[in-house]
Design a protein around this ligand. Sequence first.
Ligand code: GTP
Ligand code: MN
Length: 301
Amino acid sequence: MFNFHTFRYALNSLEILTKRCSLRIRKIHSLAATYKPYCKSSNKLYSQTPSEYYSGLQKNSFFETEDKQIATNINMTSTSTGDGTWGWLGVDEDLGREAEPNEFVRLPEDKINETKYKSLTNAAHCMVYAENSEKVFGIYKIRAAVLMQLRYDGYFGFPGGLLDQGEDSVTAVNRELVEEMNFDTATHKITNDDYVVSHWSEKKQLVLHFYKFKVTVDELVEIEKRALLAHDYGGEVLGTVRVPLYTMGDKYRGFPLFLSHKFIGCSRNQLLATLLKFNIFTAEEIQSVLNASSGDRSILL
Ligand code: GTP
Ligand code: MN
């Protein structure tokens, strides 16, 4: 059973784990610092060396070149900086897996402090926005400049993140906005009055609190500029974007198209619910945007 290759590979894995754990230690919170295979079939990684594993991959597959590169990187981990972490998933990364339809449900405000929910993983995010009465091309009403982010995992989402141990959600959302957007809390502070809604997922054992923060257009421009200098910019945060809230003449481009992207957690719902709650959209307008978004574009044209 025991041979030098498996032993060396175990050592490599341990080294990867140690590096990842030390990087993510602040984020791990109460969760055990253990890592597990990305999917069940990857337990192959335990019983085969990386080259054995990759040589077994189908020839001429779409991923062949990339796979070889990854295999090379994994083999290099003992001597180089290739991170070789493909196939491994940190415990808290499970939270970011694609949500099933209706996975997140509303958590009424009076239940938030119940031990059942407080003892789960909690996170807080925020929609920073400015109302804007201008028009794009003199035609499409901007309504509001709403900030979202492209995240490291490819999803769109709001700035924010996991609560530290013992931290409340409003403190966490301010801290995360400093980290992810270089938010100036000396001039802008999110308060309990900005709280909007909470949701939870039984499957992910995750509770998500949501805040809004309204500023002027000029302030928003400053926030956008500062965000480029944020600690997490270029790492966890790949960019701040304004959401197009108008629907173009083809009844698809603009907001409906934007909503057809992939969104983390229930952030798509948080966006729509907050636009509705703060009267940027009426319920009818939201409904027609949703119809256009899920509809077949060729029929709508
Ligand atoms: P990581 O620990 O690296 O993920 O960073 P973080 O502390 O900044 O946490 P993150 O913002 O990723 O939020 C933690 C979890 O909350 C994610 O794994 C998602 O499941 C969920 N999440 C992230 N962003 C949003 C968002 O904008 N809205 C909602 N509803 N959920 C989100
Ligand atoms: Mn975050």
